[in-house]
Design a protein around this ligand. Structure first.
Ligand code: NDP
Ligand code: 2IT
Length: 449
C-alpha cells in the first residue's frame, strides 16, 4: 500500500490534496484488503485511484470591458462502476487538477454511500465569479459548456454545483447545453424549480449535515436542543446547516467567508439568517456587513500571521466546517476539543487535516467525515435525476423524508462497516470501507475495463 501511495505521489508530485484524500482511504481499507486477497491481484487500489478519464480545456470569454480572458476548465470522470459520473463543478481561483481529482475521488465513495446509482466525478475552473457581472458569469458559463457538452449527458455524466456554482450558474450552463444539443434532459442537477429542479435540493447538503449530526447525537441519547454550534462558511451549505440547527433548537454563533468571520453570542436566529441569505445570495456582499446590522456581534478579519483559525476557538458543543478543504488543522482541533466541542459534522469536502482527524478519532468524539455527513446534497441530486427521468416532481415532504431516510441509512452503514472491521464508532473508517467495498465489487463484476 505504501508503494502504491509513493507511486501516486511520484507520478503527480504537485497534487497534494489528492494524495491526502488517497492516503486517508488507503489507511482505512487496509483490513479489507487483508480479508480479500483477490483485491490485490486485481489491483483494485491502483485502479480506483486512477481516473477513468481526465478532461482539461481552454475557456475563453470576454469581460464587460472588451478584454478577452482565458481560464482553464476541468472534468475528472473518476469512476462509473455503479452509475453515471456524478459530482459538482467548482469555480474558484484555487482550482487545479489536484483539487478536482481529490474532490472526484471523495465523490466516488460518497455517492456509493447514498444507496443511489451514481458514479463519481468533479469539475470546475480557476474562474473567479467574485466581482464579476451577471453578463460576465453568463459568457463564462456558456464558453465552459460549449466544450464540456461533448463529455456529459443524463446517462453519462451529470454535473451540479459546488463552491462558486449555484442556481445562477447552473441556469446559464443548462441553457447552453440545451441549445447545442437541442434536447431538454436532466444533464445537470441543482436546476431551478420551474424547469426541472427538485424541491429541497438547495437545502439538501446543509440539512443532511445536520440530520447526520442528529443521528450521531442520538447514539448518546442526545438532541440538538440548546447545543451551541460553530459553523464556517456562509454559502449554500453553511446557510442551510444553520437553518436546520435553528429549527432543531440549537444555537449557531459563527459564520465566515474568505475574508473573516462573525461571532454572535446571542445566536443567529431565523431573522438574522434571512438577512445573511439576502446579503450573500442576492447582493453577494461580505459577511463583515453582519456586524453593521447586528452591532452586538463581532467581526474578526483573517489574520495571515496566525497558524490557527480563531473561529474554532470559542466555547461550543458542535462544529460544522462548511467552507473548504483543510480549514481545520491540528491546532484548530486542539482548540475545539479544549473548548468542549464533542461533535464535528463536515459540510465541506475534506475540511479537516490528517492531524485534526487523528485528534477527533483519538478523543473518541462524534466525528462525521464529509463523504458521509455531506452526502445528502448529492443524494437529492440523485432524486432530482430520478424525477427528471420520470418527468414528475415530488412534493417537498416526499423529498425531505427520502433525504432523512438516506442519511439514516448512511449513518447506519458507517457504524456497521466500522464494527465489522473492528473499529467501532469510527465513522471515517466505516464510510471509507463501505463506500470502497461496494464500488470495488461492482468493478470486479464488470471485468477488466
Ligand atoms: P458556496 O460557494 O456557496 O460557499 C462557499 C463558502 O465558503 C463561502 O462563504 C466562501 O467565502 C467560503 N470559502 C470558499 N473558499 C474558501 C477559502 N479558500 N477560504 C475560506 N473560505 C472559503 O459553496 P458551498 O456552500 O456549496 O460549498 C462549501 C463546501 O461544501 C465546499 O467544500 C463544497 O465542496 C462542499 N459541498 C457542497 C455541496 C453542495 O451541494 N453545494 C455538497 C457537498 C459538499 P467567499 O465567499 O469569501 O469565497
Ligand atoms: O460535493 C458534493 O457532493 C457536491 N458538490 C454536490 C454534487 C452533486 O452532484 O449534487
Amino acid at each position: 500500500m505504501e508503494q502504491i501511495v509513493k507511486k501516486i505521489q511520484a507520478r503527480d508530485p504537485e497534487q497534494y490534496e489528492f494524495h491526502q484524500a488517497v492516503e486517508e482511504v488507503m489507511e482505512s481499507v487496509k483490513p479489507v484488503l487483508d480479508r480479500n486477497p483477490e483485491y490485490r491481484q486485481q489491483a483494485v487500489l491502483e485502479r480506483i485511484t486512477e481516473p477513468e478519464r481526465v478532461l482539461m480545456f481552454r475557456v475563453p470569454w470576454m469581460a464587460d470591458n472588451g478584454q478577452v480572458q482565458v481560464n482553464r476548465g476541468f472534468r475528472v470522470e473518476m469512476n462509473s462502476a455503479i452509475g453515471p459520473y456524478k459530482g459538482g463543478l467548482r469555480f474558484h481561483p484555487s482550482v487545479n487538477l489536484g483539487i478536482i481529482k481529490f474532490l472526484a475521488f471523495e465523490q466516488v465513495f460518497k455517492n456509493s454511500l447514498t444507496t443511489l446509482a451514481m458514479g463519481g466525478g468533479k469539475g470546475g475552473s480557476d474562474f473567479d465569479p467574485k466581482g464579476k457581472s451577471d453578463n460576465e458569469v453568463m459568457r463564462f458559463c456558456q464558453s465552459f459548456m460549449s466544450e464540456l457538452f461533448r463529455y456529459i449527458g443524463p446517462n453519462t455524466d451529470v454535473p451540479a454545483g459546488d463552491i462558486g456554482v449555484g442556481a445562477r450558474e447552473i441556469g446559464y450552463l443548462f441553457g447552453m447545453y440545451k441549445k447545442i444539443r437541442n434536447e431538454f434532459t436532466g444533464v445537470l442537477t441543482g436546476k431551478s424549480l420551474n424547469w426541472g429542479g427538485s424541491l429541497i435540493r438547495p437545502e439538501a447538503t446543509g440539512y443532511g449535515v445536520v440530520y447526520f449530526a442528529a443521528e450521531m447525537l442520538s447514539t448518546r441519547s442526545e438532541t440538538f436542543k440548546d447545543k451551541v454550534c460553530l459553523v464556517s462558511g456562509s454559502g449554500n451549505v453553511a446557510q442551510f446547516t444553520t437553518e436546520k440547527i435553528i429549527e432543531l433548537g440549537g444555537k449557531v454563533v459563527t459564520l465566515s467567508d474568505s475574508s473573516g468571520y462573525i461571532y454572535d453570542e446571542e445566536g443567529i436566529d431565523t431573522q438574522k439568517l434571512a438577512y445573511v441569505m439576502e446579503m450573500k445570495n442576492i447582493r453577494r456582499a461580505r459577511i463583515s456587513e453582519y456586524t453593521e446590522k447586528y452591532p452586538n456581534s463581532t467581526y474578526v478579519p483573517i489574520d495571515p500571521g496566525l497558524t490557527y483559525n480563531p473561529l474554532w476557538n470559542h466555547v461550543a458543543d458542535c462544529a460544522f466546517p462548511a467552507a473548504t478543504q483543510n480549514e481545520v488543522n491540528g491546532e484548530d482541533a486542539t482548540n475545539l476539543l479544549k473548548n468542549g466541542v464533542y461533535l464535528v459534522s463536515e459540510g465541506a469536502n475534506m475540511p479537516s487535516t490528517p492531524e485534526a482527524i487523528d485528534q477527533f478519532i483519538g478523543n473518541k468524539i462524534l466525528y462525521g467525515p464529509g463523504k458521509a455527513a455531506n452526502a445528502g446534497g448529492v443524494a437529492v441530486s440523485g432524486l432530482e435525476m430520478a424525477q427528471n427521468s420520470m418527468r414528475l416532481a415530488w412534493p417537498r415532504d416526499e423529498v425531505d423524508s427520502r433525504l432523512k431516510h438516506i442519511v439514516k441509512s448512511i449513518h447506519h452503514t458507517c457504524l456497521d462497516a466500522a464494527e465489522t472491521y473492528g473499529v467501532e464508532g469510527n465513522y471515517m473508517a466505516g464510510a471509507n470501507i463501505a463506500g470502497f467495498v461496494k464500488v470495488v465489487n461492482a468493478m470486479l463484476d464488470q471485468g477488466l475495463v
